[in-house]
Design a protein around this ligand. Structure first.
Ligand code: DP6
Length: 436
């Protein structure tokens, strides 16, 4: 893609949001963004939620610049700088391993980047994962890099490496200190489970009280439910470093702390990763749904076990949890499953034949206030009415306006390159095009 003859090389890409069903919470290395446990996610469809990013390089650009949702941002932010450094390192490496290719001039060219989301950033939906995955993907295209981009995306935001693939994706925590084996891999493609549906229940458009980066750092430091630090040695013999599931030459207890207390990262997640991948492969919704809810609950338990405690769930989130459990109890099986990230919005998984009834149940418990016709966005949902039995089983006092709107979506593909030059967010001068 990159070419020395052209005055301006420009590419535009899109990337999806992903939702973790086995959560990443905690880093063992803050700089390299290496997690204390593996995680597994579902990539959401870009028809409903995506980031679009244009990257352009030119010998005429005098500095790197970036515009997010139309506003110029500080390109000096450490995470952005880490992504740029990493992609240029990969590009140099690629060229230097070629037989006759001298490092091309384009590697020294400055880059302009413009990025927009097709969903409101303020809705508290995971925009950083899609944003950094899209940045990594677009930079790779414009600098001509075709190697694994996990590391580039991860340096922007850990969860972003999972947005590099469609379908069902795991981020393997890896063991190496340099993070080379901490990579995202596809577990199953987007076509694997066509009946799976995702409903995002937008509860609040407020900004988060505590971002995930700071939140997980405090959890790692203070929550023994998440990970024991003191009193353990890692492979390098340094206290409080890398903790791994037990094994020869790995971790050794120094003091009287029991193995049972290395709870989530070491004792729980490894087994859950295997179980979740199995449920996905078998399209076992009961198993998938139950484990998704349990893992979300455990993540929020470690947040509450953090000192001072962090609580991302609101009263409405807890009412949604109750609604889901009442709905499942009424049906005598797991028909719907919730998961919550670092905010109060619920992401609900279900199968296509359950969507109309569950949406009717949400409308019943959270009657739309003013925007009744805009309550449902995304995939069309057939209207349905609630049976008297289900209505009685829901057993909740309706909270008008508690859920602001629902986005109905499904599993989707990974990043794409757009061929249409009209899609470019930067004009021939390398500056953002005026908004249409
Ligand atoms: C709760 O990837 O946003 O959504 O690596 O510090 O940028 P940084 O954190 P981030 O954390 C995501 C946390 C989560 C769970 C998950 O997506 O796995």
């Amino acid at each position: 893609m990159a070419s020395e003859e052209k005055p301006l090389v420009v590419v535009t890409c899109t990337a999806p949001v992903n939702i973790a069903v086995i959560k990443y919470w905690g880093k063992r290395d803050e700089d390299l963004v290496l997690p204390i446990n593996s995680s597994l996610s579902v990539t959401l469809h870009q028809d409903q939620l995506k980031t679009t990013t244009t990257a352009a390089i030119s010998k005429d650009f005098t500095e790197d610049r970036i515009w997010l949702n139309g506003r110029e941002e500080d390109v000096g932010q450490p995470r952005l700088q880490a992504c740029l450094r990493e992609i240029r390192r990969l590009a140099r490496k690629r060229r230097s391993t070629g037989d006759e290719d001298p490092p091309p001039l384009s590697l020294s060219y400055k880059v302009h980047v413009a990025s927009v989301n097709n969903f409101p950033t303020a809705a508290g939906l995971a925009s950083s994962a899609a944003g950094y995955a899209c940045l990594a993907y677009a930079l790779a295209r414009v600098y001509g890099v075709d190697s694994d981009l996990s590391e580039v995306a991860r340096r922007g935001s850990g969860s972003a490496c999972r947005s590099l693939y469609g379908g069902f994706v795991e981020w393997q925590m890896g063991e190496r200190a340099d993070g080379k084996d901490s990579v995202a891999r596809q577990v199953a493609p987007e076509s694997h489970w066509p009946a799976l549906r995702v409903l995002i229940l937008v509860v609040s458009a407020e900004r988060k009280l505590m971002g995930s980066t700071a939140g997980m750092q405090t959890s790692v430091e203070t929550s023994p439910l998440l990970r024991v630090r003191l009193g353990w040695v890692g492979a390098g013999g340094r206290p409080g470093r890398v903790l791994r599931p037990s094994g020869p030459g790995r971790c050794a207890p120094l003091s009287g702390i029991s193995r049972a207390s290395q709870f989530r990262a070491e004792a729980v997640v490894p087994g859950r990763m295997v179980e979740m991948a199995h449920c996905v492969r078998e399209r076992d919704f009961q198993g998938f749904g139950r484990l998704t809810m349990k893992d979300s609950n455990q993540f929020h338990a470690t947040c509450l076990d953090t000192f001072p405690p962090i609580s991302y769930l609101s009263d409405i989130s807890r009412r949604i949890i109750r609604l889901v459990h009442c709905f499942n109890a009424h049906h005598g099986q797991t028909k719907v499953a919730y998961t919550f990230d670092a905010g109060p919005n619920a992401v609900v998984f279900t199968l296509d034949d359950t969507v109309p009834e569950f949406v009717a149940a949400v409308r019943h418990c959270f009657p739309p206030e003013s925007n009744g016709d805009k309550f449902l966005k995304g995939l069309p949902v057939r209207p349905a009415s609630l049976s008297d039995e289900l209505r009685a089983a829901l057993d909740v006092d309706p909270t008008p306006g508690g859920v602001k709107y629902i986005i109905a979506t499904q599993v989707g593909p990974g990043p794409q390159t757009l061929d249409d030059p009209h899609a470019h967010l930067l004009g021939p001068d390398g500056l953002p095009k005026p908004a249409a």
